[in-house]
Design a binder for this molecule. Structure first.
Ligand code: GLN
Length: 386
């Protein structure tokens, strides 16, 4: 009998989605897989209804419907302060998940080395392997999840072709500072590597932290491949709309990868999403204020449990240190939270390369009622004990 690809042997199934299935089975509140439980903005839903009766039901242009790319280029230009050309700098993809795969296959030859910070979002290792590349790991050290510049330089010096950067960070909530990003750009220039960024949480940043766009830093644009998505910003994780942003030579290559992977993102959804991309700046201020409130609400409960956690500066995840609870592994802890507490979180070891079993990742992209309900259940823990 034939056997399936050896490549898949080192890739596990997604722990995030596995935890979601267990949460559903036991009726636990699902703070594992990060997605909102509230509807998208009403104006966007109205636009979807209009698009449903409009003409956009066949393939859109492979690299993105022109109206969508034009609106997107205007938004990015405004946010990052760097002019973006809708015809030269963008490929519209099926979420940032496809964007990442496109970026990796565009940047890497088989056998190339890619730097991944650990902890990391689980797709990055799978993307690296599927692109035929190899990972070089660099630690982000809790509680600030900062990196050691010398360790990073040693990784680049091994001949890295690219570095993957999730900013704001999933699962850490880390927001990279301008200084850290400048260090990364300087090393990428010195060792002639690409910087692949994944930035779907760009608008979820908590004061005083600020999101700095890597591609807009001096000298960065020519080697930065941005992956991003509309999922989080407009609460439409099921629409699967994302994009790759990069210099024209990268985009010409990325269009080919994207075309053969998926042909294109859903045409009527791109049509509708133009309305979201044209929301005024106040939309993003309100989004940030909303997530700041959800974060404060949930962290308030966590503080009462006595379990320590590094305070997230961005994104909507928190890594809670459960080492005081005395479980053999975080997987066991995650099961216990689901079955005994009724709240699901992801075993943190699935995000670490190092053998670290001290964390459970919870997310707070939920309505007040759900966060209060989860918080009340978590209050069964006190003084960091069960
Ligand atoms: N980005 C979300 C998370 O980290 C969901 C993606 C997924 O299902 N892996 O939970």
């Amino acid at each position: 009998m034939p056997t399936t690809s050896r490549r898949l042997e080192s890739i596990s199934e997604s722990v995030i989605r596995g935890t979601t299935r267990t949460a559903t089975q036991y009726g636990a509140i699902n703070l594992a897989q990060g997605f909102p439980d509230f509807p998208p903005p009403p104006a966007l839903l109205d636009a979807l209804a209009v698009a449903a009766h409009g003409p956009a039901h066949q393939y859109a242009v492979t690299w993105g419907a022109p109206r969508f790319r034009e609106a997107l280029a205007r938004k990015i230009t405004r946010d990052a302060g760097r002019p973006i050309d809708p015809d030269q700098h963008l490929v519209v993809t099926c979420g940032s998940t496809e964007a990442m795969m496109v970026a990796m296959m565009t940047a890497c030859n088989p056998g190339d080395k890619v730097i991944i910070f650990s902890p990391y979002y689980e797709n990055y290792y799978a993307d690296t392997i599927l692109a035929g590349a190899e990972a070089i790991w660099v630690s982000l050290h809790p509680p600030t999840f900062s990196f050691d510049p010398d360790e990073l330089e040693r990784a680049f010096a091994q001949g890295a072709k690219a570095i993957i950067l999730c900013n704001p960070g999933n699962p850490t909530g880390k927001v990279f500072t301008r200084e850290e990003l400048t260090t990364i750009v300087a090393l990428a220039e010195k060792y002639d590597a690409y910087i692949i960024t994944d930035e779907p949480y760009e608008h979820m940043v908590y004061a005083p932290a600020e999101h700095v766009y890597t591609h807009a830093l001096p000298g960065a644009f020519e080697r930065t491949i941005v992956c991003n998505s509309l999922s989080k910003t407009y609460s439409i994780t099921g629409w699967r709309i994302g994009y790759v942003l990069g210099p024209p030579d990268v985009i010409r290559a990325a269009r080919k990868v994207h075309d053969f992977l998926t042909i294109g993102a859903a045409a009527p959804l791109q049509e509708a999403a133009v309305t979201a991309l044209e929301f005024p700046p106040s939309y993003y201020d309100e989004l940030r204020a909303f997530y700041t409130r959800q974060r404060d609400l949930f962290l308030g409960y966590l503080r009462q449990t006595g379990l320590p956690f590094p305070e997230p500066q961005g994104a909507y995840y928190v890594m809670v240190d459960i080492s005081s609870l005395g479980f053999a592994t975080d997987g066991e802890a995650s099961d216990w939270f689901i079955k005994e507490i009724g709240v699901a979180g992801v075993a943190g070891s699935s995000f670490f390369r190092e053998p670290i079993h001290d964390y459970i990742r919870f997310h707070f992209a939920k309505s007040d009622a759900v966060l209060h309900a989860a918080g009340e259940r978590l209050l069964r823990l006190k003084d960091g004990r069960r």
